[in-house]
Write a protein that binds this ligand. Structure first.
Ligand code: FAD
Length: 485
């Protein structure tokens, strides 16, 4: 296929290396334009200071700079994405638009709309796989069905990776860069305020957007990956990669990451941690595949019977939900986790599990409310992984923890933050409590707390729920459904 002019529409793939759609466009067209649209349909409901928008803005500045070095540039528009792309395609008189595929129901519907309007004008939309290693029906059971349980999926995924090494082959850009359309005179990108947004504390947090930010994090993580299997469980320890926001916006290439992990393992340098980290990337593929095949999970339990559960409603539930959002439940590990989320837009994986479980199984609040709150706050928010995580915690998901597995927030705290280092970081008002006291301040006699100048109810909330009682309510609540496991 040789096209005259093409347009690459960047979405969650904000990089100029190992990029499937850009590679395909460059190798099949004489001239290639690159574009990103700030989609007003997505941006409209967001608060005016949103770390994700600032992160994207930083990514686009770097992407434009890198494309310019390669001889191209990035066109950035602000409007309804589907309309803007059709308009831009007409303005630039391109023959085709190239994208990397998305698996979210709304994105699929939007792309169908774009494909139809392009087609009306005699243009084509080409979609490539880039976001994941295996998509849609690429990993199937022996009877050619899609998996709904992770471990057999993972084993089949690993077998497929070995059988089909092409799945990791890079899509080079530089050798074909001469086909990039050069920047017109006066080319500039909109500023954050041009699109109606304000800066956040992103930079203060040390979060560096763009390809350089992603590469630096991975470089640092590679030195620690061998210990990942253990270190990842402890929120006070720098044990995980923190790459999720970069995976979300595609400033890193998942193929590149998997190739690097495989190389480490092959050289005997991956320790016990590298295969476990690879498993996490496979979870990401798994949840994208689940969302693609079961779009109803966005809004409903994967196991339909669980939609019959009666969650707490009314003023009591609203107050409990608000206390959870604000980190004022009286359970220090949960509150510190929510403070981390509210202050930084990140939450450690162990704490996502603990705080989600607490909302659903200690407070009896519908998991969808928590899912929405995470969606609003997480820098790495991804519908597939967030929904998968929430449905796992709520036991409504495809390969979820059993409904009767109810994390004890105090035991979790004693086990994974034994010295209270994480709690002290986010709840400085508890810093003076001893390592033993800090996990459950209400169990410490008031007189002893007074010796620290600390009063429960004044300096920190008393627990809003009794875990043992809540546990019984939850077992009864789920018992109504008579779930199989
Ligand atoms: P690492 O431990 O370094 O893992 C590497 C990468 O693997 C991550 O960046 C991520 O892309 C992927 N990954 C890791 N764990 C999972 C998982 N359980 N499911 C899917 N992918 C995974 N992850 C998101 O990317 N976006 C979300 O919106 C999201 N919401 C979650 C909500 C809940 C309730 C739970 C329990 C988990 C959620 N996760 C989500 C998964 C996980 O918590 C984060 O990916 C991880 O904490 C990100 O930190 P990291 O980059 O340091 O991860």
């Amino acid at each position: 296929m040789t096209l005259n002019k093409s347009l690459v529409w960047f979405r969650r793939d904000l990089r100029a290396f190992d990029h499937a759609a850009l590679h395909l466009a460059l190798t099949s067209s004489n001239q290639v334009y690159c574009a990103f649209i700030y989609d007003t349909e997505i941006l409209a409901p967001l608060p005016r200071a949103d770390r994700r928008v600032e992160f994207i803005h930083g990514c686009l500045e770097e992407l434009d700079a890198v494309l310019r070095k390669l001889g191209g540039h990035l066109v950035v528009r602000h409007g309804v994405a589907a309309d803007e792309i059709a308009r831009l395609a007409a303005e630039l008189e391109v023959d085709a638009v190239f994208v990397n595929g998305d698996y979210e129901p709304q994105a699929i519907a939007r792309d169908e709309l774009v494909a139809a309007s392009l087609e009306q004008a005699g243009r084509q939309l080409f979609s490539s796989k880039d976001q994941v290693i295996f998509e849609k029906n690429e990993v199937l059971t022996l009877s050619e069905k899609t998996f709904t349980v992770f471990t057999p999926y993972k084993n089949a995924w690993l077998r497929q990776m070995v059988a089909d090494p092409e799945c990791l082959a890079p899509y080079p850009i530089e050798p074909h860069a001469a086909r990039l359309a050069p920047a017109p005179p006066g080319h500039r990108l909109p500023s954050l305020s041009d699109i109606g947004f304000e800066p956040t504390n992103l930079r203060e947090l040390g979060i560096v957007p763009g390809m350089s930010g992603g590469a630096a994090l991975f470089q640092d993580f590679v030195n620690r990956i061998g210990a990942y299997d253990e270190a990842r469980n402890f929120p006070a320890v720098n044990g995980a990669s923190a790459l999720s926001v970069h995976l979300r916006f595609g400033t890193v290439s998942v193929r590149d990451l998997v190739r690097s992990v495989n190389a480490l393992v092959a050289a005997g340098n991956g320790g016990a941690g590298a295969p476990v980290w690879l498993s996490e990337l496979i979870w990401r593929d798994f949840y994208a595949m689940i969302l693609f095949h079961h779009p109803r999970v966005a809004g409903h339990a994967f196991k339909p019977a669980f939609d019959a559960i009666e969650w707490e409603t009314g003023a009591g539930a609203d107050a409990a939900f608000e206390a959870w959002c604000l980190g004022r439940t009286g359970y220090p590990l949960v509150d510190a986790a929510m403070a981390q989320l509210n202050q930084t837009g990140y939450m450690h994986n162990r704490l996502r599990m603990v705080s989600a479980c607490f909302l659903v199984k200690d407070l009896g609040v519908d998991w969808r409310r928590g899912e929405r709150y995470f969606a609003l706050k997480l820098n790495d928010y991804d519908l597939a992984s967030n929904n998968g995580g929430w449905q796992w915690a709520a036991s409504t998901g495809c390969d979820a923890q059993p409904y009767f597995r109810i994390f004890n927030p105090v035991t979790q705290s004693e086990k994974f933050d034994a010295q209270g280092r994480f709690i002290r970081r986010y709840l400085p008002q508890l810093a003076m409590l001893s390592d033993k006291e800090i996990h459950a301040p209400w169990t410490v006699p008031a007189m002893l707390l007074e010796q620290h100048g600390f009063r429960l109810g004044r300096d920190y909330p008393a627990p809003i729920v009794d875990h043992a009682v809540a546990r019984q309510h939850t077992l009864a609540r789920y018992g109504v459904v008579k779930p199989s496991g």
